[in-house]
Design a protein. Structure first.
Length: 119
């Protein structure tokens, strides 16, 4: 991923989802991290939390369940304030639920994870 990656939120979510579906969570993290760093302050923690979820999944894939549990739990807590609004169509409740499930039962993961609400 290029360091100067610049995507609007909808495009970044679609690309991150494509990468997660292709079992490339670290690359999804890079996409989400780019949006996090470019986001206005009220949304930064949303994108930071989503990026941490992808890193948590990366840890699961690499067998680091302890690191995965810590990151997934922290990311879920970071996302909770966004549950009601669900900005950019993000299924925040669903992502929080899945992150908590993976943190508690890493053997159940890491994929599938849907970032956005089905339409």
């Amino acid at each position: 991923m290029p360091e100067d990656l610049d995507m609007p939120p909808a495009e970044a979510l679609a690309e991150a989802q494509r990468l997660l579906d292709a079992d490339r969570p670290f690359h999804a993290h890079e996409v989400l991290e780019a949006v996090w760093k470019a986001s206005p302050e009220p949304e930064r923690e949303l994108w930071r939390g989503l990026a941490q979820i992808a890193v948590g999944i990366t840890h699961l894939r690499r067998g680091n369940t302890r690191g995965a549990e810590a990151l997934l739990s922290r990311a879920a807590e970071r996302l909770v304030p966004y549950e009601a609004a669900g900005p950019h169509g993000v299924d925040v409740r669903g992502v929080v639920h899945r992150a908590r499930d993976l943190a508690a039962r890493p053997e159940n993961g890491p994929i599938p994870l849907r970032l956005t609400k089905p339409y």
